[in-house]
Design a protein around this ligand. Structure first.
Ligand code: PLP
Length: 392
């Protein structure tokens, strides 16, 4: 059976938990999305920008010195860090803006926490000359000043949100309010495999180019399928982008790495699958970090892009059905991950991706015999040098 079902459910998760006014909008969006995916001209345009603007296909790189150090693992890196803007997020924003143009929308809105999705959205809006409004918690506007400069340079209007905790979830509420008010001309670009149906499906499909390429590239190099897939999980789009193409390959094991922040025994982490429970955020049901009254907790990770209190519903479904396993790596571990990859391969990873790198030594000790791994290197570390400098 293919997931999600026609109501957007991945088993017990996903769905559409939104006010009435948004329901018709989401139904329309889903219709347009399904029509577009069947239209060769949409696919052709998407492919054109993925290769000519973003720089696809990305390399599948055999990390030889890293593998030698791990002994039991032969590691291939899927180099999403080489894409324009330095991370996988551009795959999704390109797909969504091409869809928005088909739907004759002239105004794009997005919410952003650390600013990376805001930058990826501002980038494609500048590319197509569409008006771009980005909601960002006032707290985050201060913390992520450089990304605010990037967005404004590319012509986006960044609106600091002063309500609540002045962070991501408040920005999400504000973006939804804007959408309800300006439905006629506005398209809402969501940045991960989260949000109400059809977003988790749509974002997965736009990101699944990662796994499709990697599968082809790996088969060509190794003449077989990999034993393991490994990726960090914030909302879960780079991980799902890699995993999805291998869903039916039952022998391929999948491991998602959540951020343990200061540790899973503290309150300062972002491990929604490991420590959350079912709840509704952002219009869909999934694992969520919440207090006893169901109030959403503030997540923490040294990696700004993993700092999200929820997770995409399909991951929770994979976790509950055992199709994938989810583990967690803390802040200190991620810094160690940055060191390992930088020193062995000459590649400085994003702090998010470094969580996956940091899990490799543990995986290496777990396996019997020699195993192959594809690790999604979701982004490059340039944006994190300030944070890394404080640690070392
Ligand atoms: C945003 C981001 C992530 C986390 O988002 P997912 O939807 O979980 O992929 C991971 N890596 C990088 C480099 C990011 O920018």
């Amino acid at each position: 059976m293919a997931f999600p079902d026609k109501h957007g459910h991945f088993g017990d998760f996903g769905g559409r938990f939104v006010p009435e006014t948004l329901m018709t909008l989401l139904v329309d969006l889903e219709k347009e999305y399904r029509r577009a995916m069947k239209d060769p001209s949409f696919r052709k345009e998407f492919r054109f920008y993925l290769s000519n603007f973003a720089g696809r296909p990305t390399a599948l790189y055999h990390a030889e010195r890293l593998s030698a150090r791990l002994k039991t693992l032969k590691v291939y890196l899927k180099r999403e860090d080489l894409l324009h803007t330095g991370a996988h997020k551009i795959n999704n924003t390109l797909g969504q803006i091409i869809l928005a143009r088909r739907m004759k929308k002239t105004r794009i809105i997005a919410e952003t926490g650390a600013g990376q999705h805001g930058v990826a959205t501002a980038t494609v809006c500048a590319l197509f000359g569409l008006k771009c409004v980005v909601y960002m918690g006032a707290e985050d506007v201060e913390r992520q000043a450089l990304n605010v400069v990037r967005m404004r340079l590319m012509g986006a209007e960044v609106i600091p949100v002063q309500s609540g905790s002045r962070t991501l979830k408040d920005a999400m509420n504000e973006a939804i309010r804007d959408w309800v008010t300006n439905v006629e001309n506005t398209f809402y670009i969501i940045g991960s495999v989260a949000g109400p149906h059809p977003y988790p499906l749509m974002v997965r499909e736009f990101q699944s180019v990662i796994g499709e390429e990697a599968r082809r590239q790996f088969l060509k190099k190794e003449k077989r399928l990999p034993d393991y897939l490994l990726a960090c999980v914030g909302g879960g789009s780079n991980a799902m982008g890699l995993f999805h193409a291998f869903y039916g390959d039952k022998k391929v094991k999948m491991v998602g790495v959540e951020a343990a922040g200061h540790g899973l025994s503290t309150k300062a982490h972002s491990a929604a699958i490991a420590r959350g429970c079912p709840g509704v955020l952002h219009g869909s049901k999934s694992a969520l970090l919440q207090d006893d009254d169901g109030q959403v907790l503030i997540a923490h990770s040294v990696a700004a892009g993993l700092d999200y209190p929820g997770v995409g519903p399909e991951h929770y479904f994979y976790s509950k059905t055992g199709r994938a396993e989810y583990v967690a790596v803390d802040d200190q571990g991620a810094i160690e991950g940055v060191r390992i990859l930088s020193a062995t391969e000459g590649i400085i990873p994003a702090l998010e991706s470094a969580h996956a790198i940091a899990y490799l030594p543990k995986l290496a000790r777990r396996v019997k015999g020699k195993k192959t791994v594809i690790l999604c290197l979701s982004g490059r570390g340039d944006k994190d040098m300030g944070t890394i400098k404080e640690f070392i």
